[in-house]
Design a protein around this ligand. Structure first.
Ligand SMILES: NC(=O)c1ccc[n+]([C@@H]2O[C@H](COP(=O)([O-])OP(=O)(O)OC[C@H]3O[C@@H](n4cnc5c(N)ncnc54)[C@H](OP(=O)(O)O)[C@@H]3O)[C@@H](O)[C@H]2O)c1
Length: 248
């Protein structure tokens, strides 16, 4: 039987990299993308991993790279879009250029990827798109003028295409991790609750995508519970709690 194939963006580091290694260890063929080609090349020393450097903010390049991918490989079973950026220091004030950049990478960048695979999956009436967003997108947070809104947009977008793609037998999964230790969160100067490793995240993502059939993969369990509650709290209570405990 031929190997199953996954395309992963944001695979040069962090969650995307660990998930690429996990899928490769599980015998999948793994096609990896990000901007830093040297890091991708290092990873592609693994016989199951193949490098396709890409800047997701460049729509034409994203389409070109996906055309090359389908030209080089028989079938793409699953696409996992994990690219993202976060500059905590620049989020404390409203700097429009910074916000535009974060939206460009975290929101438009992912849409570029979904748009690149849309026709391919709709034509074959089969496929699976998984998007790494964040539970912080569910409600507003202080000192997060770009990242949280970009993830709010992404959560909403992902749920929207869930309905549109279902008609074409294309599965859509939203992945909302809690705090995972990566270059992105290493910049946080506060103590991150329930911090987990990238290997833990990769296991959760692999199991969620291949063994379960839920729309959302949210982990760890403590974050899952907290966010289920946060989503239903009235504004008055949510605003009080965030002002008291987070807005320092
Ligand atoms: N870590 C957490 O606690 C956490 C929690 C919830 C959600 N997330 C989300 O998880 C995803 C991965 O983040 P991470 O924590 O693993 O951070 P990371 O280690 O910094 O990984 C970010 C990845 O995105 C890629 N990337 C950034 N800009 C890109 C661009 N323009 N084009 C292509 N690739 C680009 C980076 O590669 P290059 O620089 O080589 O391009 C890198 O591979 C992000 O979407 C993040 O928002 C993280």
């Amino acid at each position: 039987m031929s190997k199953k194939t996954i395309w992963i963006t944001g695979a040069s580091s962090g969650i995307g990299k660990a998930t690429a290694i996990k899928f490769a260890d599980e015998g999948w063929k793994v096609l990896i993308s990000a901007r830093r080609a040297e890091l991708l090349n290092e990873l592609s020393k693994n016989e199951n991993i193949f490098s396709y450097p890409l800047d997701v903010t460049d729509m034409a390049q994203t389409k070109e790279v996906f055309s090359k991918i389908i030209n080089d490989h028989e079938n793409i079973d699953l696409c996992l879009f994990s690219s993202g950026t976060y500059e905590r220091k620049s989020e404390k004030e409203l700097i429009v250029e910074n916000i535009r950049h974060v939206m460009e990478v975290n929101f438009i960048g992912v849409i570029n990827c979904v748009s690149a695979v849309e026709k391919y999956y709709k034509t074959k009436q089969n496929g699976h798109v998984a998007i790494v967003s964040s539970p912080v997108g569910y409600r507003g947070l202080p000192k997060s003028s770009g990242y949280t809104p970009s993830k709010a947009a992404l959560n909403n977008f992902t749920q929207g295409i869930y309905f549109d793609f279902k008609k074409f037998n294309i599965k859509v999964t939203l992945i909302t991790p809690g705090f995972i230790k990566t270059a992105l969160t290493d910049k946080n100067e506060f103590k991150m609750p329930f911090l987990k490793s990238t290997e833990y995240a990769a296991d959760e993502i692999f199991n969620g995508l291949t063994k379960k059939n839920n729309f959302e993969i949210i982990f760890p369990n403590q974050i899952k519970l907290i966010y289920k509650i946060i989503q239903i709290l009235p504004n008055k209570i949510y605003n009080y709690l965030i002002s008291k405990y987070v807005n320092r």
